[in-house]
Design a binder for this molecule. Structure first.
Ligand code: HEM
Length: 511
């Protein structure tokens, strides 16, 4: 009886051992397969079991990628660990193909949004889960919302100016702070309607959003939420406060029934999720990226006064010839639009676009295979300042590259007709293969049109009313740096506004 039991235990132990060994062997085979596929991609040899992680911790990833691309060409691999591979693509033809075929995002981004704001379907990793929501959001952000983006800036300017006046002293205004208020207010009013402009808790909302932006990526980088850390609970507390403020705001909007975006959300049968997480996610991503671009444009305009003057003349002309006096006619302001595109070319919101293919290997036309689950990045900051894509002045601020001239004065299209004889027309920026500030392909930004139109209209109103100058003594040669999850030009310059009065100035007045 005893030996029978012994035999059964032995058999069980053997079976368990065989199962575990088979499982581990399976894993090992997969790692070898992964290595074999990755070997065909050019890149530096792996220095240790930790790959190039030590390099990345010492210098910026963009600098490392720059050197690797110089040496190994348009597609480069870097090992981050035994089964963690990063593939960087800098060749514009390959970028196009990769961004179309690699439909998933890295799980980290989705985790950061979920941890902070709860369930949101717009920034999840898997394309299958986001595809449907992308289409319906695209529809919502088009149409009436775009019209609203054109109409808002006049009201918003007054609102921000009042706020800046009450909080600032006599010195200049901090460009970063002002851009943040502007972005936050434009987007808030576009999404939530006019209720947002008079909402007394808007300042608190903005403060909380910025507080969360400072820490979001850090806390999401933990595989398991670090519930043993006190700071983590403080972060969670801010997130909970933001959620309840958003719910309060949504309730007010529903009572007011004037937010078309929200009403549209409510009426959609297929949107069964509570809009709170979705709204905060959009506010978070949209206001941080828009703030970065507004600050970037302001900084360029105060350091390139000739371009500011050109834009002002264009605005004055558009006021005379524009078809809609109630709107900023940005369609007939090619210099302004070119300035927006050139600013976002030189300083995109993030240094890298990131993708992955969670389930399948990615087979490219040139025969290269990127194994499933590899981290794929496009170093957008490098691509957008590369001389081979943009010419020898790639690093210089030159909005003219987005303009085309018709020297013979022949009117070539409707836009030129609208400029009333101005021989400049704006080129379609997305036709430049190396223009990627809003990404491209399967997961491209859905808010591109809305933000370009909203920001251009804002600057049409701003430059129409004010001359913007650097505060004397604030000349500090700012450099691109990561701040609050986005790239910004830091240190942020101090600026002053001089009110224009029918083309003349009344002297520098800080708003
Ligand atoms: C200047 C402003 C903005 C910039 C520079 C920007 C940039 C980007 C970039 C680079 C991506 C990733 C694209 C890719 O991987 O190919 C993205 C994704 C996204 N953007 Fe924006 N964005 C801006 C404003 C907005 C606004 C205002 C909204 C909406 C209100 C918005 C909604 C989204 C959404 C929903 C995604 C995720 C798409 C997906 O994962 O499928 N963006 N944005």
């Amino acid at each position: 009886m005893g030996s029978c039991l012994e035999r059964e235990i032995n058999a069980f132990l053997w079976l368990s051992l065989i199962t575990v060994t088979a499982f581990l062997l399976g894993k090992l085979v997969k790692v070898f397969e992964f290595w074999a596929k990755a070997r065909a991609i050019p890149g530096p040899p792996c220095p240790s079991v930790y790959g190039h992680c030590h390099l990345i911790s010492r210098s910026s990833l963009t600098d490392i990628l720059y050197k690797c691309h110089e040496k190994y060409g348009g597609a480069v691999r870097l090992w981050l660990g035994p089964n963690q591979l990063l593939v960087s693509i800098k060749d514009t033809e390959l970028i196009n193909e990769v961004l179309t075929k690699a439909e998933d995002k890295l799980p980290l981004t989705g985790r950061a949004f979920r941890l902070a704001f709860g369930k949101s379907s717009f920034f999840v990793s898997s394309f299958d889960k986001v595809e449907h929501q992308r289409k319906s959001l695209e529809l919502k952000l088009g149409g009436k919302l775009l019209e609203r983006a054109r109409l808002l800036p006049g009201e918003i300017l007054d609102c921000i100016i009042e706020r800046a006046q009450s909080t600032m002293g006599k010195g200049g205004i901090d460009c970063e702070m002002l851009s943040q208020h502007l972005a936050f207010t434009i987007l808030g009013a576009t999404i939530f309607g006019d209720v947002f402009l008079t909402w007394p808790k808007a300042i608190l909302y903005e403060e909380l959003l910025m507080k969360i932006a400072k820490d979001a990526c850090f806390w999401a980088s933990y595989g398991v939420a670090p519930f043993w850390k006190q700071e983590f609970w403080k972060y969670q507390d801010s997130c909970t406060k933001l959620k309840s403020l958003t719910q309060e705001l949504i309730k007010e909007c529903r009572q007011d029934s004037k937010s078309e975006f929200l009403l549209d959300f409510d009426s959609h049968d297929d949107m069964q999720c509570e809009p709170c997480g979705e709204m905060i996610s959009l506010m978070f991503h949209g206001s941080l990226t828009m703030a970065s671009l507004i600050a970037n444009i302001l900084t360029r305009l105060v350091t390139h006064l000739d371009i500011q003057d050109k834009i002002h003349s264009e605005i004055v002309m558009a006021q005379k010839t524009g078809r809609r006096p109630d709107q900023q006619n940005v369609d007939i302001m090619p210099n302004l639009m070119a300035t927006v595109y050139e600013s976002v070319r030189l300083l995109p919101a993030g240094p890298l676009l990131q993708r992955c293919s969670l389930r399948h290997d990615l087979k490219l036309k040139n025969g290269m295979v990127i194994p499933a689950a590899a981290i794929i990045v496009v170093p957008v900051q490098l691509v957008q300042t590369d001389c081979s894509n943009w010419g020898n002045d790639a690093g210089k601020f030159n909005p003219c590259r987005f303009l085309s001239r018709t020297d013979d004065g022949f009117i070539t299209n409707q836009k030129e007709l609208l400029t009333g004889g101005n021989s400049c027309v704006i080129k379609e920026p997305n036709e430049f293969g190396a223009f990627l500030p809003f990404g491209s392909g399967a997961r491209a930004c859905i808010g591109q049109k809305l933000s370009v139109l909203g920001i251009s209209s804002l600057f049409a109103a701003l430059i129409g009313h004010y001359e913007v100058r650097l505060q004397p003594g604030s000349e500090s040669n700012p450099k691109p740096m990561m701040n609050n999850c986005v790239l910004q030009l830091l240190p942020s310059p101090q600026i002053v506004f001089a009110k224009r009065d029918n083309g003349t100035n009344e002297g520098a007045v800080s708003v």
